[in-house]
Design a protein around this ligand. Structure first.
Ligand code: OSB
Ligand code: MG
Length: 375
């Protein structure tokens, strides 16, 4: 039976991070978060999260551009239209509509969430996920000095995290990673993420990271530069993982054809939703390329989608899917996401997202709200 979305309520909430998070392109202390509540004609309701940030530093999209794009373009395309299945949403949103993947993903994912509610199955199982728990990593922002990073990395390993990712930038790289490696020991799963802070001219400098046995270096060069990433990969022993560069399945194919990297960090929002995210997963599985699920400092709502995605079989590397308490004093979902022995449980026996939204808390945190209905 087809799904007809009758209403989408947009809300912006403000939520302070427990600790400010700095990457090479900017710092986040308090998040402005766009939530969607979706209603269908049969009385089913679910929530999704748009992960666009406040500033256009990671992506050109922002919470403000996404609010506009969803209100004006993505929501009107689905509201009031019978949709046979969630996988049909991507082509509906793609036709004559360039870019704005995060705005598209927020709606596309919400319809996956509704479809899971309607089917009475977990989102993870509806997607084809097979795991009951997923291995969890932590992403550590740029710290004031190498000793501070080493301390944070050591504490994270002791807490059970199965992958330690350190943000780097020119001036906060070799010594920082050296200190983290020294603290963690030679076998600990350690990696770096540059968020596009380098240029191909830095290849010799980046090759100094090879001696630290990193699992990978994430997105060293520009978001739209697969050609130079391929050249850089030829000069590094450390595998390159692409994040910002992979905006869809075509870019994943390009990466494989050019040799621009050996691993993909999949974030459903960056690629336009769960359908495209799964397509990239499937392509990589067929080519023996490992993938892992990235994060965008999501609340427990966005996290539910990431956890479901990461339950697919080729998510063989721990994801940036840390528990709620890593980010928030208190999350907006019940129960909060927790980690035990470095693993997060996939709520595969519960229909839909597997968490409830704390509506009172969302109401308290809301600074603007808009209901969108069929035209
Ligand atoms: O590059 O993966 C990234 C957060 C904001 C923007 C970009 C990135 C990140 C993270 C956070 O690394 C990962 C998480 O949500 O824990
Ligand atoms: Mg990244």
């Amino acid at each position: 039976m087809s799904i007809t979305v009758t209403r989408i309520t947009l809300r912006e909430i403000r939520l302070p991070l427990r600790e400010s998070f700095r990457i090479s392109s900017g710092q986040t202390t308090r998040r402005r978060i766009l939530l969607l509540e979706l209603f269908d004609a049969d009385g089913f309701v679910t929530w999704s999260e748009c992960t666009a940030a406040e500033h256009p530093n990671y992506s050109y999209e922002t919470i403000d551009s996404a609010w506009l794009a969803i209100s004006k373009w993505t929501a009107p395309r689905v509201l009031g239209q019978p949709i046979a299945e969630a996988a049909d949403v991507t082509p509906i949103l793609a036709r004559g509509f360039r870019g704005h993947n995060m705005a598209k993903a927020a709606v596309e994912m919400g319809i996956w969430g509704l479809a899971a509610e309607r089917a009475g199955v977990s989102l993870a199982r509806l997607l084809g996920g097979t795991r009951d728990e997923i291995a969890t990593g932590i992403s550590l922002g740029i710290q004031p000095d190498p000793a501070a990073l080493a301390a944070r990395a050591g504490a994270a390993l002791a807490e059970g995290y199965r992958k330690i990712k350190c943000k780097i930038e020119p001036g906060a790289d070799i010594e920082y990673i050296a200190a983290a490696r020294q603290e963690l020991g030679p076998d600990a799963p350690l990696m770096a993420d540059a968020n596009s802070a380098y240029r191909l001219e830095d290849a010799a400098h980046l090759a100094r990271l090879d001696e630290f046995g990193l699992m990978m270096i994430e997105q060293p060069l520009a978001n739209d530069d697969l050609v130079r990433h391929a050249e850089l990969q030829r000069r590094l022993r450390t595998p390159i993982c692409l994040d910002e560069s992979i905006t869809g399945v075509d870019r994943a194919e390009d990466m494989l054809a050019l040799g621009s990297g050996k691993i993909i960090n999949i974030k459903p929002a960056r690629v336009g939703g769960l359908g495209p995210a799964r397509a990239i997963h499937d392509l990589c599985a067929a080519r023996d390329v490992p993938v892992w699920c990235g994060g965008m400092l999501e609340t427990g709502i966005g996290r539910a989608y990431n956890v479901a995605l990461a339950s697919l079989p080729n998510f063989v590397i721990p994801g940036d899917v840390s528990p709620s308490a890593r980010y928030w004093e208190r999350d907006i979902v019940i129960p909060e996401w927790t980690m035990e022995d470095g693993m997060v449980t996939v709520p595969s026996a519960q229909p839909g997202l597997g968490v409830m939204v704390d509506r009172d808390r969302v109401a308290d945190l809301t600074v603007r709200e808009r209901a969108l209905t069929a035209p």
